[in-house]
Design a protein around this ligand. Structure first.
Ligand SMILES: [Zn+2]
Ligand SMILES: [Zn+2]
Length: 395
């Protein structure tokens, strides 16, 4: 029987259990073990993708967890944590186009052995294979061809962000940097925090792809700030792959993402004075300080390269739900969050299922009102930009 699973496929490891940094700056608590604990027990995620498994240090930690019996290999690929959450092994890799544009891509493989082989192969191109999201000194095209030899799911990451992404800085069309065959080898497209499917479906070449929405968490509390609902028969890497290719009834049923207006790169901003251009007027220089060091907002970039003025959703496209993580709810600090978790077990239960009455009992009317309006998609939002997140306005 098809069941629904919550999935966040882009989570970073900060440190190995041997105490070596994988990604700086992150928290010392951000080990594979702690990520699994937080994602499975508190967030309520059923599928978790860890994207620093190219690092032999991370891979060694994952191997140790299997030896301890905390993780068990699944037949169709991936590892089950405590009989409830599937871990899939991924790598976030940076590529460079001949024009200099950098992009991040997620590469997922079925098991430790395959990731070890992929990592060993990539280590001839990557200077420090132990660190997160390293540059592979090759264009995306080459990475796609290499990863395809490793049974990999290849997914361009946060595709519109202004610093490191395919549409942000590498190209206006994937077809300009990949052949038809290589485009067919991409398993999905990750939208990123400042974009939604309305924005992405203004680009015609994306119609055939499944979109995914992930947290790109660099800390435990950010896990599941974006996530997906996958419809699968059971938890395995193979089922996840089928959902992305929409095979045999498996599919991504829903995308849960930040309202793009809450993203920190929504609108173009000036790095000179911090001016955020909410009118979309700024082209070459800042009207406030005349500086020309502008960072193009995702919204403005999509407008610039779109095929259509309005989204053209293909039939298979699921609904994109604007999700407001608990951390954005004014007045919801650590104490109240812990109380809510004591009562409802996971954030998914708080965000999706707890009733207004139940929430009020634990957290008071004001916070209950916010959670309900966030769930209904009616919360008012001030747009983000300039590297600062947008925020919720009072109801
Ligand atoms: Zn990235
Ligand atoms: Zn990342």
């Amino acid at each position: 029987m098809i069941k629904q699973y919550f999935a966040d496929l882009h989570i970073h490891v900060g440190m190995s259990e041997s105490g070596k940094w994988i990604k700086i700056p992150t928290s010392r608590r951000l080990t594979v073990r702690e990520i699994l604990k937080e994602a499975a027990n508190r967030k309520g995620m059923n599928i978790v993708g860890i994207v620093d498994a190219l690092s032999p240090l991370v891979l060694a930690d994952i191997k140790r967890l299997t030896e301890e019996g905390l993780l068990t290999a699944v037949n169709g690929g991936g590892y089950i944590y405590k009989e409830k959450t599937l871990l899939i092994l991924g790598a976030e890799i940076e590529t460079r186009e001949p024009g200099g544009g950098l992009a991040h891509t997620l590469v997922f493989v079925p098991d430790i052995q395959t990731m070890a082989a992929f990592s060993a192969y990539m280590s001839q191109f990557i200077r420090n294979i132990s660190l997160s999201s390293q540059n592979a000194h090759m264009p995306l095209q080459q990475l796609v061809n290499i990863a395809s030899n490793f049974d990999a799911l290849i997914i361009p990451a946060h595709v519109f962000t202004p610093h490191k992404s395919v549409y942000g800085v590498c190209c206006e069309r994937l077809a300009h940097i990949l052949s038809d065959k290589e485009m067919g080898q991409l398993a999905a497209i990750e939208l990123g925090l400042s974009a939604d499917s309305d924005m992405a479906d203004r680009i015609g070449e994306l119609a055939g792809y499944t979109f995914i929405t992930n947290s790109d968490a660099h800390s435990l509390d950010k896990i599941a700030r974006e996530y997906n609902i996958f419809a699968l028969y059971e938890l395995s890497f193979k089922e996840v792959a089928w959902a992305l290719s929409r095979t045999a009834g498996r599919e991504v049923k829903g995308n849960y993402g930040l309202n793009p207006r809450l993203g920190k790169y929504h609108r173009t901003f000036c790095t000179g004075c911090g001016f955020i251009d909410t009118g979309g007027l700024m082209e070459h220089c800042c009207p406030e300080c005349n500086s020309n060091s502008l960072v193009k907002g995702v919204f403005d970039r999509v407008n610039e390269i779109a095929d259509y003025p309005e989204p053209h959703h293909p039939l298979h496209r699921p609904h994109y739900f604007y999700q407001i993580p608990l951390e954005f709810i004014p007045g919801l600090g650590k104490k109240i969050k812990d109380k809510l978790l004591d009562e409802f077990e996971t954030e998914m239960n708080i965000v999706h299922y707890a009733s207004h009455t139940e929430l009020t009992k634990v957290a008071g009317t004001k916070i209950a009102d916010f959670i309900m309006s966030a769930r209904a998609g009616t919360a008012a939002i001030a747009a983000g930009g300039g590297g600062t997140y947008g925020r919720l306005l009072k109801i």
